[in-house]
Write a protein that binds this ligand. Structure first.
Ligand code: NAP
Length: 324
């Protein structure tokens, strides 16, 4: 599917982007070229050194600058859009920065893609975009809306969105933080003992992206059936003797995350590995046939709390072993 294609990865120097490059060139060795678009030249230099034998081309630019984004779309077949301002507290402090990168950036990318006859955009999103209560989620929700609308506006451009939970292995996730705290002072700060989150490894996230690139119709949001964890299970897995300090929810934080809300349930179908939220202009029967799926019940929700697929202490400990 990616063989013989020229691909653009916005935010290619990020956690997902680098894992994508690693696995994509392994799985599809005939990829013609991957363009990496991001702002920081030092991160690009480091990535060049990490992948010396892979046909990568680096462009320094900002998603907020239309002419730079447009240039990156030249001679590209498929775009994987990962660039984002994604740290929740940062977006609360600098909402306009989040709008510029996440919303205006998405618009610039669609315009650049249309101008250069790009065939497909796969945009990465987050469970925080589904029932919004923080700036990051709000900007990603608008970004999702732009990509969903784009497939109707420009039918020759296939666009789809994946909603992920936490990516294990990406910067700023709870397990490395707890490991550090357990070592430093044996105190684990827990926001609330009922807190749950979705989680998948970066490798799982990339494989989901391959499937969606291969399989999507256009205009849909994919909510993969990934596992979730309770924060106390993570604490126990990291250090069952550590002291737990309850610190309360930070601004913009939720007790649990939602992939599919009851409002989505009217136009959501269930396939084997994922829920698919079909676009407002989509034909439910066509999507059901394509995905061998069936509509969910009205009022259905898929969130990190009601998810039957919860991580155990052993699951988390095996992830910890993999990074140590
Ligand atoms: N990591 C997670 O746990 C998680 C969970 C759910 C969804 N997601 C989504 O998955 C995607 C990838 O996440 P990630 O963990 O790989 O993020 P990351 O490690 O923070 O990487 C972000 C990338 O975007 C680039 N970037 C940021 N602002 C930019 C701008 N204005 N213009 C150009 N490039 C910019 C960064 O490079 P420079 O700073 O050098 O520009 C970097 O390459 C994001 O869309 C995120 O919303 C992530």
């Amino acid at each position: 599917m990616l063989n013989n294609q020229r691909i653009l990865i916005t935010g290619g120097t990020g956690s997902f982007g680098q894992k994508f490059i690693e696995l994509a060139f392994h799985t599809y060795p005939q990829i013609k070229e991957a363009v990496i678009f991001s702002r920081n030249p030092e991160k690009q230099e480091a990535m060049k050194r990490r992948f010396p034998h892979v046909p990568l081309r680096f462009i320094c630019g900002d998603m907020a600058h239309p002419e730079e984004v447009e240039k990156a779309c030249e001679n590209v077949d498929i775009i994987i859009h990962t660039a984002a301002l994604r740290i929740v507290p940062d977006a609360e402090v600098d909402p306009w920065g989040a709008v510029e990168t996440n919303v205006i950036g998405a618009h610039n990318l669609i315009q650049g893609a249309v101008k250069h006859d790009v065939k497909q955009i796969l945009a990465l999103s987050t469970d925080m975009a589904s029932l919004v209560n923080n700036t990051y989620g709000a900007t990603k929700m608008l970004s999702d809306k732009l990509f969903i609308a784009a497939h109707r506006q420009y039918p020759s451009l296939k666009t789809s969105v994946i909603r992920y939970g936490n990516m294990f292995g990406s910067a700023g996730t709870v397990i490395p933080f707890f490991l550090k705290k357990a070592k430093e002072d044996g105190v684990l700060p827990v926001t609330d003992i009922k807190m749950t989150r979705f989680m998948a490894t970066l490798e799982e996230c990339v494989h989901i992206a391959f499937q969606v690139l291969q399989n999507s119709i256009g205009g849909e949001i994919i909510a993969p059936k990934i596992k979730s964890y309770n924060i106390m299970t993570v604490a126990q897995a990291v250090d069952s003797h550590a002291k737990i300090e309850i610190v309360g929810l930070r601004p913009g934080e939720k007790l649990y995350e939602e992939m599919v809300t009851r409002y989505n349930s009217f136009h959501t179908i269930e396939a084997q590995d994922a829920y698919i939220i079909i676009p407002p202009y989509g034909d439910k029967e066509v999507f059901c046939r394509h995905y061998s799926a069936r509509p969910v019940e009205i009022g259905f929700e898929f969130n990190s709390e009601n998810n039957p697929n919860k991580m155990t202490v052993e699951d988390i400990q095996s992830l910890i072993r993999a990074i140590q």
